[in-house]
Design a protein around this ligand. Structure first.
Ligand code: NAD
Length: 262
């Protein structure tokens, strides 16, 4: 018996890092996973890794910075699931908004095109996907939404103004939706990872003069003395997606090795 037996999960950003680990973990837990990423090569390689799960994993390429793609993703997921469910019962049980990008730049050098891009991927896609999926969950009488914010939605870091703002918006949206849908048996929570060893974080270190020093300095800010592993965030997402945390609603779950309490 898996924690997600028979559930359909739509997970974004499955090509790499946390999303890739989550796609694997959710499949193992019994879910049918509809994985989305704008990088088709990465998506194909995840599909290859998860081949042993047969038709429990499906990859759908989409650029979530585009409204049209956000709408198509949900339609496609429903169409796919329709064929495997009793007629008229195309469910989406879990929406895990994980895709994101980071931008490091001085505030005055972060132009409006950059701001538009980061808001489109980190916030607007979350907004639009929730907007598409919530009526489906309402109609089926249940659901779980996990929105990825960040510890940087709660604490700040220089050179991350646009990123912090985008993740703060995700947190506020999550709380607002949690209240609006509190009576609908749909659990809506935000996941706030601290520094996790993924290609995104590695790229950030590589922008520094000395990536090795930047990595060590980053680790020094974490009380447990190491970066998180993608699987450790995916495990918390799995817990949130399962039936176990029935009372967790509108929460911001910080998973950061103690960084924000320092
Ligand atoms: P990652 O870069 O390893 O993976 C992100 C995935 O999202 C990639 O596969 C990428 O192709 C995909 N993606 C990016 N833009 C997209 C778009 N427009 N459409 C569709 N897919 C797109 O990053 P990660 O570290 O695994 O981050 C996952 C989430 O966790 C992000 O929302 C990130 O902001 C958040 N987060 C990460 C850290 C960290 O330290 N790694 C910390 C806090 C929050």
């Amino acid at each position: 018996m898996g924690k997600l037996d028979g559930k359909v999960a739509l997970i974004t950003g499955i090509g790499s890092g946390i999303g890739r680990a989550a796609a694997q973990l959710f499949c193992e837990a019994g879910a049918t996973v509809f994985g989305v990423d704008h990088n088709s090569d990465l998506g194909a390689s995840v599909a290859e890794d998860l081949e042993s799960w047969g038709d429990r994993f499906h990859f759908h390429p989409a650029d979530l910075s585009q409204e049209r793609d956000c709408i198509q993703v949900v339609e496609e997921c429903q169409r796919l699931c329709d064929g495997r469910r009793p007629v008229g019962d195309p469910r989406i049980d879990i929406l895990y908004n994980n895709a994101g990008i980071s931008i490091i730049a001085p505030f005055t050098e972060t132009d409006s095109a950059t701001l538009t891009k980061i808001m489109a991927v980190n916030f607007q896609a979350v907004y639009l996907l929730c907007q598409q999926v919530l009526p489906i969950m309402q109609a089926q009488g249940s659901g779980v939404i996990i929105n990825t914010a960040s510890e940087l939605a709660i604490v700040a870091q220089p050179l991350y103004a646009a990123y912090c703002a985008s993740k703060g918006a995700v947190l506020s949206l999550t709380r607002a939706l949690a209240l609006e849908y509190a009576q609908d048996n749909i659990r809506i929570n935000a996941l706030c990872p601290g520094p996790v060893d993924t290609p995104m974080l590695q790229q950030e270190f590589e922008q520094a003069e000395s990536p090795t020093q930047a990595r060590s300095a980053g680790i020094e800010t974490i009380p447990i003395g190491r970066l998180g592993y993608p699987e450790e965030i995916a495990q918390v997402a799995l817990y949130l997606a399962s039936d176990a945390p029935a009372l967790l609603h509108g929460a911001s779950l910080v998973v950061d090795g103690g960084k924000t309490i320092l």
